[in-house]
Design a protein around this ligand. Sequence first.
Ligand code: SF4
Length: 373
Amino acid sequence: MELQEILSQLAWAAQNPRKMLEVQLSQGKKVVGCFPSYTPEELVDAAGMVPFGVWGAQTEPYLAKKYLPVFACPILQSSLEMGLSGKLKGLSAVVIPTLCDTFRCITQDWLAGVPDIPMIPVSYPQNRTDAGIRFLRYEFETVKGKLEAICGHPITEADLERSICVYNDHTAVMREFVAIANEHLDVIDPVTRHHVMKSAWFMSKAEHTRLMRELISALKAAPPHCFKGRRVLLSGIAAEPDGLLQILADNNMAVVGDDLAQESRQYMSPIPEGVGDPLLRLAGKWRGQLCSLAHDEGKQRVDMLVDMAQVAGADGMIFCQMKFCDPEEYDYPLIARALKEIDVPTLCLEVDQQPGSTEQVRTRLQTFAEMLG
Ligand code: SF4
């Protein structure tokens, strides 16, 4: 496939989650909704079902207001709205990790408001020592049992091992893409990059890996581009809507790295393959996750972002602060201070999924671009 054809296919998937769901359902597959961020998708895949990301949508919540306070983050407001309004009809279940206070109440809201789609909760421990990881392993065992009841057969160790390999392959290609994209910032503009990353949530990982391999080959075959604009990093939960990223492109800014929960944060490390209990290895991934949602003694996420800025030669960083997301709010001052020490300016932008004007954001991004020189 030609480069542009692959990019169009991935962009279509990222922009049309409902249609992607219908494609899977029309092929007779069972699909399981996976709320962000660290849902054990590998278990869904090992069960022979398709994991499907539930990351909210650009929508004004009406029904969800009956269940959630107005200060609940937009991702969970709009995700619950989709469930209540029937936009997720067809899912065989949803898996919801209780990673923050808003997540904790949404599990119960879902049970009450969306009874036709079974909900599987999973509790992540903030204690990430051996005891915590063993606890998480037992949580995964419970999730596995519930998924087995839905798919109608046992998930064997061999199934899970195969799935871990599929996910590790996917992690490897996504990391390779992130690196090679920086040599082609003319083609991989901020919106295109986001579509490539987001599309992974709406197709099977094996299918996405296949497309990503074709994309990487096509990029390797193209001559590298010498980008003359400003190079920025993105951090936060998600950098949406597309209009926000288009403003970056309009102001000659390119994204050269990210630790967005929706994008690169999930590809930090592979899961060890083939040695010992696969459920324990799967749980072990949580131990090293650098994220505002995981207790991170010493805030290693800050050092990781400093390294990322230096390696990518970033001129600045944009912190996409999801509205009302307090775990992320705690990390921003530390990140901004550390990046300032290496002369990388930061801009904190509030991200909202509700439709609205982007003109204020445009002004702030234009000013930031001018400040970067
Ligand atoms: S971590 Fe933040 S964005 Fe994610 S569900 Fe909680 S409040 Fe919302």
